[in-house]
Design a protein around this ligand. Structure first.
Ligand code: HEC
Ligand SMILES: [Cu+2]
Length: 357
C-alpha cells in the first residue's frame, strides 16, 4: 500500500524550531521543480531560489551538469543525495514550518564549493523560530572581527588526564563556560589561594579537565564527523590550517574571486582572503570563548575566505563543532575517543612504538 509506505518513510526532523518532512516519491508529478547543479564558478544551482508552501509536497528532479555534487537542506538531518552527471534523481520534501531554508552542495567540487547554495522560501502558517534561538554571540554583542590573543600560554598541550584527582580541589563556580576563554578560566584558578601550590602547567591541565567535563564522547564524535566533511578541506585534518583548499585561499584574489551566490557572476574580488586559522595555535585559540568561535562559524569571515554556516547547521551541530575544535588544544585522553590527541595515537597504532606515560 502506497499510503502505508509513505507513512513508514515519513521522517520528522525538528531543528531550531523548524521541521522538515521527507518522503521519497515514486512518481514524478507534473509540477516537479528541475534543479541542476554546476560548480559555483559556472553558475551553481539553477534555479538558485525555489518557492514552496507549508504542507504542500515539493518535488525536486535533480541532476548535475558537470561533476558529482551533493544535495542537502541545511538545519535538517535529512541525508544528502548525490547528483551524478547526466543522471536524474527525484526527491520530495514537505515543510511543516514556514521560513527560509538553504540547500547546499555536500561534495567538494572546487575551491568555491561552499558557495553552491540556494534558498527555499516556504510560505504559510506555522511557528517561526523562537526568540531564544538568537545565537549567543549576538546576545553577548561580541565583536567577531577582533583579535583575541591569550597573554598566557602553556608550554605543552594541557592534558585532562593529568588533572584527575586535582579537580576536587578546584570546584569551579563555572558560570557559563561558553562565554569564557580558557585563559580567563585559567586566571580565575590562578587567583585562588587554594591553588597557590599548583604550577602553571597543573592549572592548564585543570582547564583541560574542565573543558572535557563540558562535552561528551558523542558530541566530540559528531563534531569530528562534521569537521571532516566541512572544515578539514581548509583547516586541515590536524587543524593546522593546511587543508587541500588552503592553497587556493592563500593564492589570493585571482584564484578566489567572489562569485555571486545565485548568478555565478563574478562580483567583487575577495581581496581580504587570508590563510585558514591554525587551530593548534595556542595564543589564538586559548584566548577565544566558545561563544566567539560559534559566532565565527555562524557568520563566517565576511570576505576572508571563511564561509558562513548559520543556515547549514543546527544549534547542537554548531556546538559539537566548537567542542571538537578544542581537541586541537587539549588532550582529553583516550576516554574521550575522538580527541585529536587520541586520534594521533590511534593513527600511529600500527607502529609498534609505545610512549611511556
Ligand atoms: C573555504 C575554506 C574554509 C572552510 C571550508 C572553513 N573555513 Fe574556517 N576559516 C577559514 C579562513 C580563511 C579563516 C581565517 C579568516 C577568518 O577568521 O575569517 C577561518 C577562520 C575560522 C574561525 C575563526 C578562528 C578565530 O580564531 O577567529 C573558526 C572558528 C573557523 N574558521 C571554523 C570553521 C569551521 C568549524 C568550519 C567547518 C564547518 C570551517 N571553519 C570551514 C577558511 C575556511
Ligand atoms: Cu558541488
Amino acid at each position: 500500500m502506497r499510503a502505508e509506505w509513505g507513512a513508514r518513510l515519513l521522517v520528522v526532523l525538528g531543528a531550531v524550531g523548524l521541521a522538515v518532512l521527507t518522503v521519497f516519491a515514486v512518481r514524478v508529478p507534473a509540477d516537479a521543480v528541475e534543479l541542476r547543479g554546476r560548480m559555483a564558478d559556472d553558475g551553481g544551482w539553477t534555479p538558485g531560489a525555489i518557492m514552496a508552501r507549508v504542507g504542500e509536497p515539493l518535488t525536486l528532479r535533480m541532476t548535475s551538469d558537470d561533476v558529482v555534487h551533493g544535495f542537502a537542506i541545511g538545519q535538517s538531518a535529512r541525508p544528502a543525495v548525490d547528483l551524478l552527471p547526466g543522471a536524474w534523481i527525484t526527491t520530495t520534501v514537505t515543510f511543516d514550518q514556514p521560513g527560509k531554508y538553504t540547500y547546499y552542495c555536500t561534495r567538494w567540487c572546487g575551491p568555491n564549493h561552499w558557495r553552491m547554495r540556494g534558498t527555499i522560501d516556504v510560505a504559510g502558517p506555522g511557528m517561526r523560530a523562537p526568540a531564544d534561538s538568537v545565537p549567543l554571540f549576538l546576545r553577548l554583542k561580541l565583536d567577531l572581527d577582533q583579535a583575541h590573543p591569550s597573554d598566557v600560554v602553556p608550554t605543552e598541550t594541557p592534558a585532562a588526564a593529568r588533572a584527575d584527582g586535582l579537580l576536587a580541589a578546584v570546584a569551579l563556580e563555572s558560570g557559563d563556560l561558553r562565554t569564557q576563554s580558557p585563559v580567563q578560566v585559567w586566571r580565575t584558578l590562578r587567583k585562588r589561594p587554594a591553588n597557590t601550590g599548583l604550577t602553571d602547567r597543573q592549572l592548564w591541565d585543570e582547564v583541560a579537565a574542565v573543558w572535557r567535563a563540558a562535552t561528551s564522547p558523542e558530541r566530540l564524535a559528531e563534531g569530528r564527523r562534521l569537521y571532516g566533511d566541512n572544515c578539514a578541506a581548509c583547516h586541515g585534518e590536524t587543524g593546522r590550517g593546511d587543508g587541500v583548499m588552503a592553497k587556493s585561499l592563500a593564492a589570493g584574489p585571482a584564484a578566489n574571486s567572489m562569485v555571486g551566490e545565485h548568478t555565478g557572476m563574478p562580483g567583487m574580488s575577495g581581496h581580504g582572503t587570508v590563510a585558514p586559522t591554525d587551530f593548534t595555535n595556542r595564543r589564538n585559540m586559548l584566548g577565544a570563548s566558545a561563544a566567539f568561535l560559534q559566532g565565527k562559524i555562524i557568520r563566517g569571515g565576511m570576505g576572508t575566505g571563511m564561509p558562513y554556516w548559520g543556515p547549514i547547521f543546527t544549534e547542537s551541530q554548531l556546538w559539537a563543532l566548537v567542542d571538537y575544535l578544542w581537541t586541537f588544544q587539549f588532550d582529553y585522553g583516550s576516554s574521550a575517543g575522538s580527541s585529536a590527541a587520541s586520534r594521533t595515537k590511534r593513527d600511529s597504532a600500527s607502529k609498534p612504538a609505545t610512549r611511556p606515560h
